[in-house]
Design a protein around this ligand. Sequence first.
Ligand code: FAD
Length: 409
Amino acid sequence: MTGNSGTAAESFEPVRTDVVVIGLGAFGSAALWRLAERGVRAVGIERFGVGHPFGSSHGVTRLFRVACQEHPGLSPIAGRTRDLWQELGGRYRHELVRQSGCLSVGSPTSTPITGTLAAAGAADLPVIRLGHDELAARYPQHAHLGASDEAVFDPEAGICFPERAVRAHVRAAAGHGAVVYPDTRVLSLELTADGVVAHTPTTRVVARQAVVTAGAWLGKLVSGLPLQPRRVPLFWFQARDPRDERFALERFPAFIRELPDGRVLWGHGSDGHQGFGIKIGMADQGHNFTDTDPDALDRGIHPATDIAQLSEWVSDAFPGIDPVPTSAAPCMITTTPDHQFVVGRPHDDPRLIVAGGDSGHGFKHAAGIGEVLAQLAVGETPYTDVGFLRPNRFLRRTSARPPHAGQSP
Ligand SMILES: Cc1cc2nc3c(=O)[nH]c(=O)nc-3n(C[C@H](O)[C@H](O)[C@H](O)COP(=O)(O)OP(=O)(O)OC[C@H]3O[C@@H](n4cnc5c(N)ncnc54)[C@H](O)[C@@H]3O)c2cc1C
């Protein structure tokens, strides 16, 4: 445990609350909203501005899927997220999720096909299977399909809007009485006998519990969890022929496509009215992106290492798209060894709840995870089984010691 005695902050009276939420990105902003909506006294602290582009939740859009190939247990969380976003979006007249569909493409034994079918089966979701010929006829934008490639179309899937959602969560939280400190970095988190103290340069926040949702920085505030931030840039493209409307979102829906040699691409079509282009990225397959320290993220975009390979893949899989990106943005994911999130109380510590380790597929679950975090904080049973996300799966069972809560440099 660390403190920061001797700083100016120590000379002021601390702020007292029930729950302090540290990091107002995808998971934290939603947790603050769901806590405040329950009437819980809560303070949210964010080191940058709300909806900023320096963590993991920027870049206008994310794929939204309900039949989640990553784990069948994620479908109820995505479903709850959709319901909460539809309600919140209606309240503020903002589109937070668009159910424009998602196509999972690959061979019958590929993860996009087997994983999506397993999740759809477990949750009884109405997905549509397309055989090779039907896929090729309906979506000719997808070129060079493998001989056995097929597709699963999830009509409840589509895209969601990260910055908009984060801002809407925080607005709703504040509307229910949550206190929000933007541009305030938590320097250290101290675990005390009966709660926590979050130290910032300007104040101390004393609370019964902390919900730590610091994204790529989570490991700097709560150590002991196997979290690895990775640099994964975002890229946008345009059709070779600007008059080609086949790459508009309604005709070129969100997709995850495993190519015959195992490479995986994801993306979605453009929307001129909303001002976003065609988005395409490579899945993190271990070798194509690099580990990073979030405080030293390389924010440059490098033609040789970032663009060349992606352009080659795009030109092969989608010949109608100009393989030279029109824009790019650095971003980060935070991986865990099993590529599932960590959500819950490390070592069952009553003072501490974490959510992170997004492993590149977390935004679609933001509001549903926020709901789980709020339920854990107030002692409710979560609306769905999140046992497979428990941080304790990575912590030694014999140790009763809480993970070290420490300083973020
Ligand atoms: C290229 C790319 C593509 C992706 N595509 C998809 C997709 O299609 N679908 C999908 O569902 N997901 C996708 N993801 C993943 C998704 O974006 C992440 O899962 C999600 O944004 C993670 O949210 P988070 O709350 O963990 O982190 P963040 O949203 O980054 O939130 C963490 C917050 O904590 C704050 N913070 C950190 N340290 C401190 C501190 N000391 N004091 C105060 N505040 C602090 C940070 O500033 C930040 O705002 C993608 C990610 C990337 C990079």
